[in-house]
Write a protein that binds this ligand. Structure first.
Ligand code: KIV
Ligand code: NA
Length: 275
């Protein structure tokens, strides 16, 4: 399994880092089998597998529950877990307690926090306590109500300059990687060249050190319309619906179960039963 330092080495060597979300045992197992470098138990699980409108309702208990399943499915992959809404905007002591629940109860390897500014102190406190941290800048979905929607960030020079500075501060605070979401590719390239920790992009173009996508978007499972930055490699939902339709039809038409799916009693036992 890779360590935090391996991801730094991959950046230095120009080897792209692959990251994918996973939320449960089978998604984690298949991600590991496919050779993903790093799994993210994203709070996107609120939307993707719990059916909420945003990531806001997701709790530390939800993250712990799902991260445990992910670790069981991918015991040999580096696992990052999102700290959910408000769980790191409380006191430093409570932030450390929330992170320690996530790390100790699940066996995950790192946590991810959105934002800079007052979050920088939390990144520092966590790394000082021995918890590896991934920072997350650009579009930060936990602040979507403040940002005014899911929009591309850092489009003007002033916002871009602030983002580059925030990225630098995240590195200085001790983050070992940075997720950069929904920013112009020129800005993402700048950020990657200005800091030494790997920049893992989502909607940030190709000139960064790795990419992350949502599992269900990649395989086309339950996700309706996907953002422009997603590449869908299939439409698993359509296949699943077709398979379930076949099952329904087989049962309705008594074509399932067949003999191979069926248990039978021996003839002499039947004799004893019915005489
Ligand atoms: O929750 C999530 O899935 C994420 C990624 C989109 C980076 O934070
Ligand atoms: Na997230």
């Amino acid at each position: 399994m890779k360590q935090t330092t391996d991801f730094l080495k991959m950046k230095e060597a120009g080897e792209k880092i692959t990251m994918l979300t996973a939320y449960d045992y089978p998604s984690a197992k298949t991600a590991e089998q496919a050779g993903i470098d790093m799994i993210l138990v994203g709070d996107s699980l609120g939307m993707v597998v719990l059916g909420y409108e945003t990531t806001i309702p997701v709790t530390v208990a939800d993250m712990v529950h799902h991260a445990k399943a992910v670790r069981r499915g991918a015991p040999n992959t580096f696992v990052v877990v999102d700290m959910p809404f408000m769980s790191y905007h409380v006191s430093t002591a409570d932030t450390l307690l929330n992170a320690s629940r996530i790390i100790q109860e699940t066996g995950a390897h790192a946590v991810k926090l959105e934002g800079a500014e007052e979050v920088l102190g939390k990144i520092k406190a966590l790394t000082t306590a021995g918890v590896p941290v991934v920072a997350h800048l650009g579009l930060t979905p936990q602040s979507v109500a403040v940002l005014g929607g899911y929009k591309v960030q850092g489009k003007d020079a002033a916002a871009a300059m602030k983002l580059i500075e925030d990225a630098r501060l995240c590195e200085e605070a001790g983050a070992f990687a940075l997720v950069l979401e929904c920013v112009p590719k020129q800005l993402a390239a700048q950020v990657s060249s200005k800091i030494s920790i790997p920049v893992i992009g989502i909607g940030a173009g190709s000139e960064v050190d790795g990419q992350v996508l949502v599992y269900h978007d990649v395989v086309g499972y339950g996700s309706g319309r996907v953002p422009k930055f997603v590449k869908q490699y299939g439409q698993v939902s359509q296949e699943i619906i077709g398979m379930i339709e076949n099952y329904v039809s087989d049962v309705k038409n008594s074509l399932f179960p067949e003999k191979i799916h069926t248990f039978t009693m021996k003839e002499e036992e039947l004799q004893a039963l019915y005489g």
